[in-house]
Design a protein around this ligand. Structure first.
Ligand SMILES: Cc1cc2nc3c(=O)[nH]c(=O)nc-3n(C[C@H](O)[C@H](O)[C@H](O)COP(=O)(O)O)c2cc1C
Length: 341
């Protein structure tokens, strides 16, 4: 029998993830609001990975159109990411089922039972985010077919725990469903290391957002190319009475202004000019529409430039096919190097 090649070995390591996703490589393009639309999603799936549409705040009609447009650009499988607090969540699930989407990701908190049942009853594979081992077990019991563990290194909304720790906490104990790792991944060697720890595959966002196939504004991509890992920081909360949702993004004039805004709102609360609830809302509204402003309009100074710490590994504008090929080649080269030593 011929010896297993390093590529065969990699394919064996991520076989479970590939089978679950129906893709050539077990690399997911994490859903990114405004960024993960038809072009990026189809480019990822056409390059052998698994693209995921970010529904975000889209209406059911818009999602239906986006799915149809993506299907026109690829015959390969892709998924749809729905945010659980969307007021029309059930209608959105219905749109995915009617369009024949094979995988639905429910993000942004524990998914409601009705949505889980609707996805499962429709014969669609359900992927959920597990921010801790207890929640991973609970999600599995409630019907999740796969889990994503996303470390705090990731871009966008983040939890408090790094992937290094989450992977150790979750991977050895969850064997019944595939677990994909996300957050801070920029190279194939890292993917290989997590596969060897028991992961089924990896999800990346930041590197794909800056790709040539991304519709993000050139200024948005340019900022990714220039940034170092240390520039991608979580949003800062000024006063514990007014909680701020942690979001990782690049420091800019907007992040500085957010601190000043929080201070001004707090002072007005202390002076009795606004209620605590109104003050909290004012703080939460600061970033409304800000991701769109950065991604689409290219206002990278005042907008929200969400990015993971992996941004330091974005060194130029590559195509999605080049990125996926590079990640795979790095994992294969690492396996090859071991044999040579
Ligand atoms: C610009 C941007 C927007 C994002 N928007 C979403 C989103 O709408 N829903 C979601 O579940 N995750 C979102 N994420 C997280 C990604 O899906 C992915 O898990 C994350 O980017 C992985 O970490 P990395 O950026 O270090 O690769 C976003 C990330 C970025 C960079």
């Amino acid at each position: 029998m011929p010896a297993e090649s390093p590529r065969d070995e990699l394919d064996r390591l991520w076989e479970r993830g590939r089978r679950f996703l129906g893709s050539e490589v077990a690399i997911l393009g994490g859903a990114m609001s405004w960024v993960s639309e038809r072009r990026l999603v189809s480019a990822i799936s056409n390059a052998g990975g698994f693209g995921v549409i970010a529904c975000g705040a889209m209406s059911p009609a818009l999602l239906e159109a986006e799915i149809a447009a993506t299907q026109a650009l690829t015959t390969r499988p892709f998924g749809v990411n729905l945010i659980t607090m969307h007021p029309q969540l059930m209608e959105l699930v219905g749109v995915c089922l009617a369009a024949g989407v094979g995988h639905v990701v429910l993000a942004g908190g524990l998914p409601p039972g009705a949505a889980v049942r609707a996805v499962k009853d429709g014969g669609v594979k359900l992927i959920c985010f597990a921010p801790a081992l207890v929640l991973a077990k609970r999600l599995m019991r409630s019907g999740a077919d796969a889990l994503v563990i996303e470390g705090s290194e990731a871009g966008g909304h983040i939890g408090p725990v790094s992937l290094t720790v989450l992977a150790q906490e979750v991977l050895p104990h969850i064997r019944d469903v595939p677990v994909f790792v996300a957050g801070g991944i920029g190279r194939g060697e890292a993917i290989l290391a997590f596969l060897e720890m028991g992961a089924a595959g990896a999800q990346l966002g930041t590197r794909f957002a800056a790709s040539a196939d991304s519709i993000a504004h050139p200024r948005f991509k340019q900022m990714f190319v220039r940034a170092a890992a240390r520039d991608a920081v979580p949003s800062v909360q000024l006063d514990e009475r007014f909680p701020v949702i942690p979001v990782r993004g690049l420091v800019n004039a907007g992040t500085q202004r957010f601190l000043v805004h929080q201070g001004e709102v707090r002072d007005r609360f202390l002076a009795g000019e606004v209620t605590r609830e109104a003050a909290q809302l004012e703080i939460e509204h600061f970033w409304a529409g800000a991701l769109r402003r950065a991604v689409i309009d290219g206002d990278v100074e005042q907008g929200s430039v969400m990015a993971g710490q992996s941004v330091g590994m974005v060194t130029g504008e590559q195509t999605i096919a080049e990125i996926i090929e590079e990640l795979t080649a790095q994992a294969v080269a690492a396996l090859q190097a071991r044999r040579a030593s």
